[in-house]
Design a protein around this ligand. Structure first.
Ligand SMILES: [Zn+2]
Ligand SMILES: [Zn+2]
Ligand SMILES: [Zn+2]
Length: 339
């Protein structure tokens, strides 16, 4: 039985027992040890990769066939299930709910290219617009409070053919990491009456030692208290809490700066394993119970985190990080990369 359980100690929600009735070790083996002969994400493999939920495709071409530019499918390793009710309930003092959610894979190009940064700005724009389209569609499902887009980018191997893709999960809860950010920014706003992120952007632009790249719409910085070496955040210069409300022009500029930032990191660190996460406001429906200032106090952004150091007992034990490289040095190195 798959469930989402609340950790009473930290307040985090844990998706548990995702293997259901299957043999746990067999499914682990399936997840990581499938030796791919043919790329499941390339055109021609549509029947293998999974049912199409959404696609940007040449008019007249049928779903689940070639002719697409960006294609969204149900994840084969879905930890969450779309056909159920959250049914949040207690079990003694504990709190749990069913594993309701959506788990989708966004295949970012029909070409067999590993990294998003190697796609054209035009193609990256299509990917970023697809994020919006999927998040907007899932907003209509009132069971979902939050949708998170993320990417795990790794080196290619026989188990990982390396075809650029990202993932989206829609959840019946707001993740703890987002809640922490929301609470911090609300607190800041409540006594300064200004957005924390806007203040950070103003300060960083004034003293640009942590700026990696900027354009009219966005700025990419190494955060003042970076957790990881070469961590980069991309923030919209104009205040907005909600990624869904960004215009096409803005998304196009985001494509440029995201591609640029990723390229810089990949050049400096020789294509390191990395993740990025899109942090935006929870679904802002009427009478959802969020505070009145959320539109003013929160500010969406993308966090890019290269994973070049293994986490140790220090990080696990304290929840703090040791970052051996000064963010100012990292920014300088990234800025100096010739694109
Ligand atoms: Zn491929
Ligand atoms: Zn702001
Ligand atoms: Zn964030």
């Amino acid at each position: 039985m798959t469930e989402i359980r609340k950790d009473p100690f930290t307040g985090q929600w844990i998706v548990t027992g995702t293997e259901g009735e299957q043999d746990f070790f067999t499914s682990l083996a399936l997840q990581e040890k499938t030796e791919w002969k043919v790329c499941p994400f390339c055109p021609g493999s549509e029947k293998v990769s999974g049912k199409e939920i959404y696609a940007l495709r040449t008019p007249g071409t049928p779903a689940d066939s070639p002719g697409w530019e960006v294609r969204v499918i149900v994840s084969k390793q879905a930890a969450l299930q779309i056909e159920s009710d959250p049914d949040r309930r207690p079990e003694g003092m504990y709190d749990l709910m069913n594993n309701v959610g959506a788990h989708e894979v966004i295949i970012e190009t029909p070409d067999h290219i590993k990294n998003l940064s190697n796609l054209s700005v035009d193609q990256v724009t299509k990917v970023l617009s697809t994020y919006q389209a999927r998040m907007r569609d899932l907003e209509g499902d009132r069971r979902f409070k939050y949708s998170l887009v993320f990417k795990n980018q790794r080196k290619a191997s026989k188990y990982r053919l390396g075809h650029s893709h990202s993932q989206l999960v829609a959840l019946p809860i707001t993740p703890k990491s987002i809640k922490d950010e929301l609470q911090n920014s609300r607190e800041y706003y409540s006594y300064k009456e200004r957005c924390l992120y806007c203040d950070v952007i103003t300060q960083e632009l004034k003293d640009p030692k942590r700026i990696v790249e900027e354009n009219d719409y966005f700025v990419a910085i190494t955060p003042f208290a970076s957790r990881f070496p070469f961590e980069v955040w991309v923030l919209p210069k104009r205040h907005n809490c909600d990624y869904l409300r960004e215009s096409y022009d803005s998304i196009n500029n985001l494509a440029k700066i995201l591609k640029g930032s990723l390229l810089r990191i990949e050049k400096v660190l020789d294509d390191p394993p990395l993740n990025y996460m899109l942090h935006t406001a929870p679904y802002l429906r009427e009478r959802e119970g969020y505070w009145g200032t959320i539109r003013d106090d929160y500010h969406w952004h993308i966090e890019i985190t290269p994973q070049i150091l293994e986490l140790t007992g220090f990080e696990w034990g304290t929840g703090s990080y040791i970052e051996p490289l000064l963010p100012e040095t990292a920014a300088q190195i990234l800025r100096d990369v010739k694109l």
